[in-house]
Write a protein that binds this ligand. Structure first.
Ligand SMILES: Cc1cc2nc3c(=O)[nH]c(=O)nc-3n(C[C@H](O)[C@H](O)[C@H](O)COP(=O)(O)O)c2cc1C
Length: 344
């Protein structure tokens, strides 16, 4: 009975600039787990950007479904502060086939915040409202606009006001990363604050931040009261976390944590595919970047990272990722066109 009640929880793959690109989205949605994914942010300043910028961030726009090869929808994220420019770029995204436009009000980067974008808008809920409203009106109900916020900039005083501003502006869904901008990525994530926000808005609220395990997943859902969650760094640390959660929701069975061999096989495929389009030296840093994320919660990943961190050649690096090829995960592949919900 409990399992049935849980079945509906959706899981989003978080946007991660410079880290989760189309290939990563493809690899992470191979096994049924995620319901939707979001692109790295497209930075909007004042002009309407050319189509090539959108295709670069979201190559899936060129596909009929704007989805990963497994059929999981890809939402396009914009980051900016000027309502008119955001609206013009939302229209551009729509004309290129985007299925949903997400607005980033959470980016903590000093550079971005100094230039009036990301989390800096959380100090003025009215500006959040104006940005969402402009995009909502530009999209004219053809596709949804969604928003992603933190709990605030320096403190949580305006958390509820900002959430309400996204709803009033027309957002169809709100993702809340349960930390302020000044808290960066320091644990803990304040899931109970997401619950506070959720009680003050009527749109679906998605809990995000520090969900690393099945236990975290359950705790985040319980404390926030949210049905839906979004996973970022943990999806890279363990590409089987979302499928394991999904499997648990559907069957009540707790699968064991994925082995290092399974994780290493993802890295190896990632490297093989990246080297078809990028020079080896770039692929070396990308593999190290992902391996660094995998250190969280895996002693073997930690040891592998220590061993390869000074290697500069790709083949020796891959050879030294000690791993047998992973066979069978016990998890289902993602069904094609898995979910046709307008937001997922
Ligand atoms: C390297 C990195 C890049 C990120 N890029 C984005 C981004 O482009 N857009 C966005 O809304 N959030 C971005 N985030 C925030 C994540 O989407 C997510 O909210 C945050 O990492 C907390 O979730 P997690 O604990 O599951 O990783 C980024 C985070 C990291 C660590």
């Amino acid at each position: 009975m409990v399992v049935n009640l849980l079945q509906n929880g959706r899981i989003g793959l978080a946007p991660m600039e410079g880290v989760i690109d189309a290939l990563t989205r493809d690899l992470l949605t191979r096994h049924a787990g995620f319901d939707w994914t979001v692109t790295e942010f497209v930075r909007v300043v004042d002009a309407r950007l050319p189509p090539r910028v959108f295709y670069k961030h979201c190559p899936e726009l060129a596909l009929p479904q704007v989805a990963t090869p497994s059929g999981i929808p890809v939402h396009l994220q914009l980051l900016g502060a000027d309502p008119a420019a955001l609206a013009a770029n939302a229209r551009q995204a729509l004309s290129l086939g985007a299925v949903s436009v997400d607005l980033n009000f959470g980016c903590p980067a000093k550079m971005v915040n100094r230039h009036d974008g990301g989390a800096s808008l959380l100090r003025q809920p009215d500006r959040v409202y104006q940005a969402v409203k402009a995009v909502h009106e530009a999209l004219d109900g053809e596709i949804p606009v969604t928003a992603k916020i933190r709990l605030g900039f320096a403190n949580r005083r305006l958390a509820v006001a900002c959430a309400q501003a996204t709803e009033a502006g027309g957002a169809a869904q709100l993702v809340v990363h349960a930390r302020t901008r000044d808290e960066g990525y320091r644990p803990p994530a304040h899931w109970e604050w997401i619950g506070k926000i959720r009680r003050h808005v009527s749109i679906p609220v998605v809990a995000n931040g520090d969900i690393w395990t099945l236990e975290d997943y359950w705790k985040a859902r319980t404390l926030s009261g949210c049905r839906d969650v979004m996973l970022g760094r943990s999806a890279l640390a363990d590409p089987w976390l979302a499928p394991r959660i999904r499997h648990w929701l559907q069957t009540g069975e707790r699968l064991p944590a994925s082995s290092w061999a399974m994780r290493a096989s993802v890295l190896k495929e990632y490297a093989a595919r990246q080297r078809q389009q990028l020079p080896d030296r770039v692929v070396v840093s990308l593999v190290k970047q992902w391996l660094a994320q995998m250190r969280q919660g895996s002693d073997e990943a930690y040891e592998n990272f220590q061993r390869v961190k000074r290697l500069t050649e790709l083949d020796p690096l891959l050879d030294s990722l000690v791993a047998e090829e992973a066979h069978g995960t016990g998890l289902a592949p993602s069904p094609q066109a898995h979910n046709t919900h307008s937001l997922a």
